[in-house]
Write a protein that binds this ligand. Sequence first.
Ligand SMILES: [Zn+2]
Length: 164
Amino acid sequence: MLPKWHILFGAIFTTLIWFFIPSMPIIYLTSIFLASFLIDFDHYANALMKNKSPSLRKAFEYHDKKREEELKEISKGIRRKGDFHLFHTIEFHAVIGLLGLIWSGFFFIFVGMLFHSLLDVSSLLFAGVFHRREFFFFSWAKKSLNKTHNSFGQEKKSRNPQKY
Ligand SMILES: [Zn+2]
């Protein structure tokens, strides 16, 4: 889901909370609202690393290209995960939720993140691209380690072909 929709839905969600709990401190309401779209910073960070440029426009272009790639792959029946997004993992949500035991502000950040992720999951399901997202940090870390391990193995093989 595009950031503009997250900002809009985040604003509606926060206003509804404010309507039902008018006594809620503004800092908590602000935390919910900001978390409901700033969690997408990991998408920007990915584009930043790939583009080697802080340009927001280039970041959007990068994700537009990714979306095109995704549609092409799906039409060919290729089902693979997209870029990894740390802030969107279950583990990251759990850490922020648990930090809420130390400072209650984190609990409200967690609420905003959870709201964002529910919107993401619904739109991924709706678009038929649910399989693209990696939801577990440890699963991604394990796969990345295996990939590094395998590529080292291949490197060895090609360097010393006579041994194999
Ligand atoms: Zn998102």
